[in-house]
Design a protein around this ligand. Structure first.
Ligand SMILES: O=P(O)(O)OC[C@H]1O[C@H](O)[C@H](O)[C@@H](O)[C@@H]1O
Length: 534
């Protein structure tokens, strides 16, 4: 019997057991783990799941290969086998470290680029780098996917630390996006960052051209107010961006893992180099924890095992990320790329079909907002949705501490409600207290039953500082890595995004009437005709 078979057998045996019945005096401590760093203690509580000692032991035995693979990743080995690349985003946040790729020390170049970013950020923030009309008031970051979601998420998350120019983001090829962002900005005091690992992404290149035309309407030397972040120096030069404003990185940084380096420039411009370094330090702190903590107390490993238990063992197809932290409102979108682009694969590293389900669908919204929208389904729908709550002990608004307590109460109440539920008996008593009797009492009571026994985890931290944000993001990155290793897949390629891009290119001439859609299916032909107003 494989470990997977054993897990499945165990899950079958315990699936109707009440999670609540597992709680003795020790469970909360035994089924949780903490990091003990100076910058910020974190607590991962997974006791409100159906994982018991036997399940945890089996899950931990799945993680047997993780340590060797982890060490290979940190050492610069080419673990992204389908692209023949190392996976070294961790080097971007450990600038005092040392690591080589193909026998070459990669750190001097990383440190030099980091120092150039800092100088540039200080010059922009200090008014030494100006636009044609004076000090830079606004920065527009043009990028998509990994060149957008991380910086957007972090910019929102770190709002209390903003003391630089306003930072805006344009990603969608829909002209409405760039139109609405540029509207009202002063061309003469705006800096445009073109962020693209490849510098070929059609959305970004199209928006970059639009921004250049917009800038040229008022600014005599538009290229002087552009900077670029990319691995493709020759392409940034061809676009006309001077090399001193190009911040390069290597292809061993995956797009969705790239916000720690130059792709984070917009964040650095907003919060300053010191706070950005605190963010890096938080990431490095989680790296150190991941590398040294025993598997049974290792937050990324445990979070991954809980994920595997719910998705691959219990068969729950989605996972909700519910930050009770308004400033993490874009964390679910960021994690959708991080988790689904990394682990949404159907074959194993060797090309054989995956024997298990791939990673789950990830979705979510901040609490308490979601409570008034989709929590109905989470509590009473027929499908089980494992929930991942994130919660800070403190906010940044001391005068609104009472609101923060209300936020905490709501978050804890939701995981408690999911755990406990409400029985038919209690619901009947409630209806009886309202004066209902007989079949009507029963009918009304049934609508008010909560099955409970619905799993959740809570990641608790003291306060959403730059350091803690770094810890959280690195925690999720490593969680994705561990799940990928256990599933046997390559978490670092994304071939699944290619086909749509190819077909979009082929459809453009059809939409413009320069090619016919003869080879297309009937549905696509009909939609093309509709779009062309026929
Ligand atoms: O940074 P870029 O090269 O412009 O790529 C932007 C994004 O587009 C691609 O299609 C990939 O799906 C993403 O992983 C990537 O982050």
């Amino acid at each position: 019997m494989t470990i997977w078979d054993e897990l499945k057998r165990h899950q079958e045996a315990v699936k109707d057991r009440a999670i609540l019945s597992l709680f003795d005096d020790a469970r909360a401590t035994e089924f949780s783990a903490r990091t003990a760093s100076d910058g910020g203690e974190m607590l991962l509580d997974f006791s409100k799941t159906n994982i018991d000692a036997e399940a945890l032991a089996l899950l931990l035995s799945l993680a047997g290969g993780v340590e060797a693979r982890r060490d290979a990743m940190f050492s610069g080995a080419k673990i992204n086998e389908t692209e023949g690349r190392a996976v070294l985003h961790t080097a971007l946040r450990n600038l005092s470290g040392s690591v080589s790729v193909d026998g070459q020390d990669v750190m001097p170049a990383l440190r030099a680029t980091h120092a150039r970013m800092q100088d540039f950020a200080r010059d922009v923030r200090g008014g030494r780098f100006t636009g044609q009309g004076g000090a830079i008031t606004d920065v527009v970051n043009i990028g998509i996917g990994g060149s957008d979601l991380g910086p957007v998420m972090a910019t929102l998350a770190l709002a209390p630390y903003h003391d630089g120019p306003r930072v805006h983001y344009v990603s969608n090829v829909d002209g409405a996006h760039i139109h609405d962002v540029l509207k009202g900005l002063n061309r003469e005091t705006t800096l445009v960052l073109i962020a693209s690992k490849t510098f070929t992404t059609i959305e970004t290149m199209t928006n970059a051209e639009t921004a250049r035309r917009w800038m040229a309407e008022k600014v005599t030397d538009p290229a002087a107010q552009f900077a670029a972040v990319s691995t493709a120096a020759e392409k940034t030069a061809a676009f006309g961006i001077a090399p001193e404003r190009v911040f390069g990185f290597e292809d061993w940084v995956g797009g969705r893992y790239s916000m720690w380096g130059p792709i984070g420039l917009a964040v650095m411009l907003a919060v300053g180099p010191e706070e950005f370094d605190a963010f890096l330090a938080g990431g490095a702190d989680m790296d150190a924890h991941f590398r040294t903590a025993p598997l049974a107390q290792n937050l990324p490993v445990l979070l991954a095992l809980v994920g595997i238990w719910h998705a691959q063992v219990c068969g729950y197809t989605t996972r909700a990320v519910l930050p009770y932290d308004q400033r993490l409102s874009r964390l679910p979108a960021y994690l959708q790329q991080l988790e689904m682009e990394s682990n949404g694969k159907r074959v194993a590293m060797d090309g054989s079909d995956l024997i298990l389900d791939s990673g789950p669908v990830v979705w979510g919204e901040p609490g308490t907002n979601g409570q008034h929208a989709f929590y109905q389904l989470i509590h009473q729908g027929t499908r089980v949705v494992p929930c991942e709550f994130l919660l800070a002990a403190e906010g940044h608004e001391p005068d609104l501490a009472h609101q923060h307590r209300l936020l905490i109460a709501n978050c804890l109440a939701q995981s408690e409600a999911l755990l406990r539920g409400r029985s038919l008996e209690v619901a009947r008593e409630m209806m009886a207290a309202k004066g209902l009797t007989g079949p009507e009492q029963d009918r009304q009571a049934r609508h008010r039953v909560f099955p409970g026994n619905r799993p959740s985890t809570t990641l608790a931290y003291r306060k959403l500082t730059p350091f803690v944000l770094g810890q959280i993001i690195a925690l999720y990155e490593h969680r994705v890595f561990v799940e990928g290793v256990i599933l046997g897949i390559n978490s670092y390629d994304q071939w699944g995004v290619e086909l749509g891009k190819e077909l979009a290119l082929a459809l453009q001439p059809v939409l413009e009437g320069q090619a016919d859609g003869a080879g297309k299916d009937g549905s696509t032909r009909m939609l093309v005709e509709f779009m062309r107003g026929r």
